[in-house]
Design a protein around this ligand. Structure first.
Ligand code: FES
Length: 141
């Protein structure tokens, strides 16, 4: 049911923890399953110098956060903003359809963290609507 990459990132998640002097933090929760993901960014010169996460959630959510942090590390904020949950799932060699919503948490948490940084740096936050379709996805609708 799960790809080897999902299992690997679930069993050995990369970049777990907190960044004490993070300058961008994004937290999202899935109202249906109750899972929570928090992403910490250390942004220097518009680039994500370091990123860590804490996820209280299912295996797919942990694997998605781990992969997402790997994908955005060293990237500019513009590049990281383009990260979609589909790209995260593809990098994991796929997630089962009923688990796709877990990867949505990663996309939303990264974007929230980027906007948190932008606002505290005195910049305009970028347009962003948190996914509202998580609920239907959980129920397969
Ligand atoms: S994020 Fe809640 S079941 Fe995966």
């Amino acid at each position: 049911m799960y790809s080897e990459k999902v299992m690997d990132h679930f069993m050995n998640p990369r970049n777990v923890g907190e960044i004490p002097d993070a300058n961008g933090i994004g937290e999202v929760g899935n109202p249906v399953c109750g899972d929570i993901m928090k992403i910490y960014l250390k942004v220097v010169d518009n680039r994500i110098q370091d990123v860590k996460f804490n996820t209280f959630g299912c295996g797919s959510a942990i694997a998605s956060s781990s992969m997402a942090t790997e994908l955005i590390k060293g990237k500019t904020l513009e590049e990281a903003w383009e990260l979609t949950n589909k790209a995260v799932a593809e990098a994991l060699d796929g997630l089962p359809p009923i688990k796709m919503h877990c990867s949505v948490l990663a996309e939303d948490a990264v974007r929230k963290a980027i906007n948190d940084y932008r606002v505290s740096a005195g910049l305009e936050p970028w347009d962003f609507k948190e996914h509202e379709d998580i609920h239907e996805q959980v129920h397969g609708g």
